[in-house]
Design a binder for this molecule. Structure first.
Ligand code: BGC
Length: 314
């Protein structure tokens, strides 16, 4: 008897509660987290369902066709994926920090597709708990038009080896929730999950962030008034409405507040965003595990309890 395939909506619901292992395989230089089995054990034991594994493939592949991905690096990613799957976690594997692609779509798209051909073939036999996400935060100068065209091509490349695997796609404009209307997906593909990222209000979540010019002015911004809550609710209601209208499941693959914000405000914001997402039945992954947004404090070898409670508490 044929095994019934879970629908895209069901596959999206299964993502449940997750966490990004950021600044590990996506790190441009020295990783902030050297991913080890114990990290995945901690994540599983805490009660998360999913890990998102951001990967900077573009730093580990040839510049010319066939854009071969470094074998040792592929081995590291294999190991991370295997460790997570073996522990019963779902895995979202993406292409992260492909800066040259955002800067020069015309010059880099063949390479982007070449990377996806290799990655998709490599993991084609893994269980359906492995989800593939095409590109983290497509951003200008790449336009929505560029991205909508390229994502269809990348999807075709993935489908050649993974006809039924769930593929996750976000919109241009950094996949911000507000940019969902920019996204155009191939109608014929019913194995897609749309992703959006949530960092509003940005002056709160990115206060003092070194990579955000002018963000030092925002330090001391707190969060938690009624108006603050109403604004978050309105954003997430609009995102949920977009998903319903377009009949696509939605997954919030990143949300989090940087360490320079006060911990009480971070915990309040995190708990509120999470509860709003869950009210809408939207799965999520917190940004991130163990560095500058970290729910886990590597120096103490312990979770930051207020953040962990905000994410997984009753
Ligand atoms: C980036 C990180 C950044 C985070 C929040 C992620 O997509 O990869 O470098 O810390 O967003 O801005």
């Amino acid at each position: 008897m044929p095994v019934m395939e879970a629908s895209a909506g069901e596959m999206s619901r299964r993502l449940g509660r997750g966490i990004n292992i950021g600044n590990a395989l996506d790190a441009p230089d020295a990783p902030g987290v050297r991913l080890a089995a114990r990290h995945l054990e901690l994540v599983r034991a805490a009660g998360f369902d999913t890990v998102r594994l951001p990967v900077k493939w573009s730093a580990r592949a040839g510049a010319e066709a066939p854009y071969a991905i470094d074998g040792a690096f592929f081995g590291q990613v294999d190991r991370a994926v295997g460790l997570a799957l073996e522990r019963g976690l779902n895995v979202v594997l993406n292409v992260h920090h492909y800066d040259e692609l955002h800067e020069d779509v015309g010059g880099q798209s063949a390479r982007f597709l070449g990377l996806w051909r290799q990655v998709a073939e490599r993991y084609a036999d893994r269980p359906d708990r492995l989800y593939l996400e095409l590109l983290n935060e497509p951003r200008p100068p790449m336009t929505a038009g560029d991205w909508n065209g390229l994502l269809a091509e990348a999807l075709a490349v993935v489908r050649a080896s993974n006809p039924r695997r769930m593929v996750i796609v976000g919109s241009a404009e950094m996949s911000d929730v507000g940019a969902l209307p920019e996204l155009v997906l191939p109608d014929s593909d019913d194995r897609l999950i749309v992703t959006a990222h949530y960092y509003h209000p940005f002056a709160f979540t990115h206060q003092g962030a070194a990579w955000t010019p002018g963000s030092d002015r925002w330090t001391g911004t707190t969060w938690g008034t009624d108006a603050d809550r109403a604004a978050v609710r309105a954003d997430l209601d609009a995102a949920a409405a977009w998903a319903r209208e377009h009949d696509r499941p939605l997954f919030v693959g990143e949300f989090g507040a940087y360490e320079r914000a006060d911990l009480d405000s971070r915990a309040r914001w995190t708990a509120f965003v999470r509860s709003e997402l869950e009210r809408h039945g939207i799965g999520w992954c917190y940004w991130e595990f163990g560095t500058d947004f970290g729910a886990f404090d590597q120096s103490r070898g312990a979770w930051r309890e207020p953040l962990l409670r905000a994410l997984l508490g009753g």
